[in-house]
Structures are given as structure tokens and as C-alpha cells.
Design a protein around this ligand. Structure first.
Ligand SMILES: N[C@@H](CCC(=O)N[C@@H](CS)C(=O)NCC(=O)O)C(=O)O
Length: 327
């Protein structure tokens, strides 16, 4: 991580922990908002008006939080408005780096080698982890936001007429969306990380129980309702759930020891996930190859760095082809 703008050599992929050995996620440091007229948003400062070509999104395809924003960018028709760079999925000793892996690009905007250089460009005294996603302002040469939940909402409504597509956070559903997010994020989205990065048995088991209680609850919900979390309308709550379920069988089930069941063992959740994957553009944001190489490169959890070949995920990962079977 960065301490007063300097990269600390002893980088630990496992983040902070509480006194019970539980995983603690860092609070995002840049919290400005792009708005149609550049006025200030709910947090941070103003001066970030929606403009075509002004903003650049840095993402990792391994990262569920970054993937929220990639899906939002696709569904809101912002691909020609906000440019994007995908980092190398394999964590280096200096965190995320650019290029050197199929599907990851050099940094075309800042010419940086590592993601932490983007942070120090924005704030030479920055202290904290150099996380993705980052929404960068090319005009002012700074970070607008590094909080995915807020970038997703900016993409939904901050770009005014430059955006199109469905309203992902409709006024009349906001209460229900917020309530679902508040339940699913700690128990499942972050719950798998709390299980995977726990450093005591008790912290792991507590997280594990919540992950599967939440999945059981969702299975019930999709068995009796749907097609999406809030009925007929696809919303940001579906995006936020999807980015975790699509990684589950490939990474969290094995590496994070969330192995009571797979998503494939939940028929109603699997059916919902197939519906989300069928929405035009969503599948393009998913790379099981990046996901597996990224998670399994966390040496604190997988010292040999060996990347598993399976599971076979029909339509997502061509394991059958690699193993010489039918496509
Ligand atoms: N609150 C952030 C969390 C982002 C985050 O934790 N990203 C991870 C990847 S999934 C990261 O970049 N970690 C690098 C590190 O911790 O050094 C968000 O949702 O945008």
C-alpha cells in the first residue's frame, strides 16, 4: 500500500483484520461525483461535469467491485463516453500493474506501470491501498472516485443525456434496492472475502454461515419470484449480486473455502444468473480466465500459485476444449 505517497515494499494482499481475526475492508478515499452540470454530488467536491471523452475507468476483470462499474458502463451505453483500461489480473509485489497478460492493456492515459502511480498522481501524499476501480478525470488530472457503488450510480444518472439504457436505480424502488444491498453486501459480496481472508477459525465459520444463509434466502426468493431481484425490472441490486455469483464456483468455492454448495447447486439462482448473462453486453464483462488467474495468484492463500483447470462453466469458460472434450 501507499504511505504518504510512497509504496511500502512489504505489500500484503490480505487486508486489515479486526481483533477476532476478521477481514476489514478499507474505506474508499476519493468520493467525488460526475454530475450533468458539474455541481457537487452527495459527497466530495464539484467540478466534474459529464463530458464525452473526459473520463477514464481503470478496472480489473478479477474484481467484483470493478465489474459493477463495467456492467453499468455497458448497460448505460457509455462505452464511447468513458474509456477503459483493464489491469493485469495477477497481483504483483507492487499491486495492480498494466499489460503483460492476455486482455490487459498498457495505461494509455497516464503511461503508468502500476496502479499505485495513478493514486500518487492524484495525490502525492496519498496513504492507503491502490484499489480498482478508479474513475480518472483526464481534464483535471485527478481521481474522481474509487468507490464502485458510487461510480455505478454516476453511470446510471450522472451523465445525463450522454447515457441511455434502463434506469438501474429507479426512484420508486430505491428503498427496496438499498435494503437488499445492505443485506447482501456484508453477508455475501463481502462475506466471501470475510471467509477467505479470515485468520481465525471462528471468523471464517461466522462468515461461511452468513454466505450460505444468504444464498439459501436468495434461492427462496428466485424460486417464488423473479425474473430479477425486484421483479420485472433489472436494477443495480442484480448487478451487485451477479458480480459475486459469477465468481463463486471458479474462485470463492475453492480459494475462499466457501464450499458447502456451488452456485450450480442452486437451480433458481443459476436460472437468474443465466438471465443476467443473457442481457446484451453483460457476458463481455466476464473473464473466468482473469478471475481464476487473479484470485489464485494471491500467494498468501495459494503459495504455489497453481491455477485450477476447472470447474467447467458452460458458456463461460472453455475447459472442455482445453481438456480435449466437446465444446
Ligand atoms: N470500496 C472499493 C473496494 C475496491 C477493492 O477492494 N478492490 C480490490 C480488488 S477486488 C483491490 O483493488 N485490491 C487491491 C489492494 O487491496 O491492494 C470499491 O468497492 O470500489
Amino acid at each position: 500500500m501507499l504511505v504518504d505517497g510512497k509504496w511500502v515494499e512489504n505489500w500484503q494482499p490480505v487486508q486489515a483484520k479486526d481483533d477476532k481475526g476478521g477481514f476489514v475492508r478499507q474505506i474508499s478515499g476519493f468520493r467525488n461525483w460526475v454530475t450533468p452540470d458539474g455541481s457537487a454530488g452527495p459527497s466530495g467536491k464539484g467540478g466534474f461535469a459529464a463530458e464525452t471523452g473526459r473520463y477514464h475507468l481503470y478496472v480489473a476483470l478479477i474484481c467484483p467491485w470493478a465489474s459493477r462499474t463495467l456492467i453499468g458502463r455497458k448497460l448505460k451505453g457509455l462505452e464511447d463516453v468513458v474509456s477503459v483500461t483493464v489491469v493485469n489480473p495477477v497481483l504483483s509485489e507492487q499491486g495492480w500493474r498494466f499489460g503483460g497478460f492476455s486482455g490487459s492493456d498498457p495505461d494509455p492515459v497516464n503511461g503508468a506501470s502500476f496502479m499505485h502511480q495513478i493514486y500518487t498522481r492524484a495525490d502525492p501524499h496519498y496513504s492507503g491501498r491502490a484499489t480498482v476501480p478508479v474513475l480518472w478525470d483526464k481534464k483535471r488530472g485527478t481521481i474522481v472516485s474509487n468507490e464502485s457503488a458510487e461510480i455505478l450510480r454516476m453511470f446510471n444518472s450522472g451523465f445525463g443525456d450522454l447515457a441511455s439504457g434502463p434506469d438501474l436505480y429507479p426512484q420508486d424502488l430505491r428503498g427496496e434496492i438499498d435494503a437488499l444491498n445492505d443485506r447482501i453486501y456484508p453477508r455475501l459480496n463481502n462475506g466471501v472475502y470475510r471467509a477467505g481472508f479470515a485468520t481465525t477459525q471462528v471468523a471464517y465459520e461466522e462468515a461461511f454461515a452468513e454466505v450460505f444463509a444468504q444464498l439459501d434466502e436468495l434461492e427462496e426468493r428466485f424460486t417464488h419470484g423473479g425474473p430479477f431481484l425486484l421483479g420485472d425490472r433489472f436494477t443495480e441490486a442484480d448487478i451487485r449480486l451477479f458480480v459475486t455469483t459469477v465468481r463463486f464456483d471458479a474462485a470463492y468455492h475453492g480459494l475462499f473455502k466457501c464450499n458447502l454448495r456451488r452456485i450450480a447447486d442452486y437451480p433458481a439462482i443459476s436460472g437468474w444468473m443465466a438471465r443476467v448473462l443473457a442481457i446484451s453486453g453483460v457476458r463481455d464483462t466476464v473473464s473466468i480466465n482473469h478471475i481464476k488467474h487473479g484470485y489464485y495468484s494471491i500467494l498468501a492463500l495459494n503459495p504455489t500459485g497453481i491455477v485450477p483447470v476447472g470447474p467447467d462453466m458452460p458458456g463461460l469458460d472453455p475447459v472442455a476444449v482445453r481438456l480435449g472434450g466437446a465444446a
